[in-house]
Design a protein around this ligand. Sequence first.
Ligand code: ADP
Ligand code: MG
Length: 229
Amino acid sequence: MSEPLIRVRDVERTYALDGVTVPALRGVSFDIATGEYVAITGRSGCGKSTLLNVLGALDAPTGGRVEVAGTDLATLDERAATRFRLRSIGFVFQRFYLMPMLSALENVTLPMAEAGLGARARDARAAELLARVGLAGRERHRPAQLSGGEQQRVAIARALANGPRVVLADEPTGELDAHTGAEMIALFDTLHRDGVTLVVVTHDDALAAAARRRIVLRDGRVVSDGAGA
Ligand code: ADP
Ligand code: MG
């Protein structure tokens, strides 16, 4: 077996808030290989977002370790963590988080500019990525001029901007109606077939069923981890 892309070992995350401690993750372990398409499911409050944030180095665990492509995330200082997120992780959120004053194309070029790619190259790559997510011809639209599903497609193109090792998505269909959600599921399927590694947190049974593996959390622990749904 080759090295897993993501290695999670005994991860704990306890939040301290006003003297009360909330154990959001209580010892989570699993591996994810390059090219996998994994859904993380479980009831609201079971720790899904906390786990995703830890995988993407947006948050640090209070116990255990996370390695991505052989790097122990705990060894990254703030600068290195920022660089890691920019180069290695593509984030997709429920509420899209696009920049409202920027066009679709500009939203997608933003992470490439931060990574130091030249203007010509980033415009060309952003146009390609928008076409890949089904938005050819929408380059100049601002988020408010796009439907929810189209905005999420822009966010997915942005997540792919720097060729990340993994795309982490938190409830990507949570704001979309069923029909648009189904289109998003089809898009994730295409990305999976193209070799993109996907880890998707979701309540959406249709999306969870589309993933090739499902990890179920309950009260901060993995209660099931297996193929299909
Ligand atoms: P999910 O995404 O599965 O709904 P979360 O990971 O958001 O769950 O939250 C897991 C638990 O941690 C919940 O009990 C939640 O209230 C708590 N929690 C999440 N974020 C914070 C925070 N920043 N401060 C304190 N408690 C938090
Ligand atoms: Mg959540």
